[in-house]
Design a protein around this ligand. Structure first.
Ligand code: SF4
Length: 313
């Protein structure tokens, strides 16, 4: 992959060195129906790439994505379309993904009309239902995205996703750009929709505090690898991996955690040239010589609790 300067150089015809970045490396993640999995890590750790792969937006360069036991990238025709509709993605910046020239009713209703989920005759009623479900007033459906606030635009994005009757939704930093009070409203909406529609979520965030009350299970990623995963309560009560501990220290509401762990130091290294052995070793206060050369395996250290750290033996 080329960085920005590399792309410019290539366009100008200058010789450049292309490198393959393994944004996600050796990740094995299963999500059960009805579950909410929180995927957490700093920007550049590969969580958005993993989200796009599991949502079917991006095929993996290696490996498979199984939907009910079937490899989605091997599907064709109607079966592929069906799988694509069943998994939807909601992004951080809904404005960027909403066509500014389309009215809300068309943004929400276009895909269901194209895919035969609704008809011309039932269009208005169907669109109103989705808009109402996302917490907006259908009276505003003839307006354009720029006429709404950030929180309202995110609700339009949610209505659009719901309109194709998904079973699984990947939320990629879906509340990161919103004010805290609006964040809470949108998070509550996600949970209400989960109960009403039996939805399954992969909730991607750089902020452990955001996923704390939302997730049944939390997965922590660092530089393309899963370093810890466990039921949510377990991660917050008994974090094992030093990286998880340092992330927890930046969740401000829990005083005891602040005292117990040091905030993670330094910048996340470039995925173009990740550190050897345990990728976290340059920033880890417990690193030893072994950590520099040997990749720690993800091991089950308690029922359902996995961690990849040499401190576990
Ligand atoms: Fe730290 Fe070593 Fe554990 Fe990596 S394997 S988190 S460097 S102690």
């Amino acid at each position: 992959k080329l960085d920005f300067a590399g792309k410019i150089a290539k366009r100008l015809g200058a010789p450049v060195r292309e490198e393959i970045v393994h944004a996600v490396d050796g990740v094995n993640l299963s999500i059960r129906k009805g579950e909410v999995v929180g995927l957490v890590g700093e920007s550049g750790c590969g969580k958005s790439t993993l989200g796009r792969v599991v949502a079917g937006i991006m095929p993996p360069s290696e490996g498979t994505v199984l939907w009910r036991g079937t490899d989605v990238n091997a599907l064709t025709g109607a079966a592929k379309k069906e799988a694509q509709l069943r998994a939807q993605m909601i992004f951080q910046d809904p404005y960027a993904s909403l066509n500014p020239r389309m009215k809300v009713q068309d943004i929400v209703g276009e895909a269901p009309l194209v895919h035969g989920i609704t008809t011309r005759g039932g269009f208005d009623e169907y669109v109103d239902e989705q808009i109402r479900r996302a917490g907006l007033d259908p009276a505003f459906k003839k307006r354009y995205p720029h006429q709404f606030s950030g929180g309202q635009r995110q609700r339009i994005g949610i209505a659009r996703a719901l309109a194709v009757k998904p079973e699984f939704i990947v939320c990629d930093e879906a509340v990161a750009a919103l004010d805290v009070s609006i964040q809470a409203q949108i998070l509550n909406l996600f949970m209400k929709l989960r109960a009403e529609l039996d939805l399954t979520y992969l909730f991607i965030s750089h902020d452990l505090g955001v996923v704390e009350h939302l997730s049944d299970r939390v997965v922590i990623m660092y530089l393309g690898r899963v370093v810890e995963q466990a039921p949510s309560e377990e991660v917050f009560a008994r974090p094992n991996h030093p990286y998880t501990s340092s992330l927890l220290s930046s969740v401000p509401r829990i005083e005891a955690r602040k005292r117990a762990f040091a905030v993670v130091q330094g910048e996340i290294p470039s995925p173009l040239n990740p550190p050897s052995g345990c990728h976290f070793h340059p920033r880890c206060p417990h690193a030893t010589e072994r950590c520099k050369v040997e990749v720690p395996k993800l091991r089950e250290i308690a029922p359902g609790h996995f961690s990849a750290c040499h401190l576990n033996g």
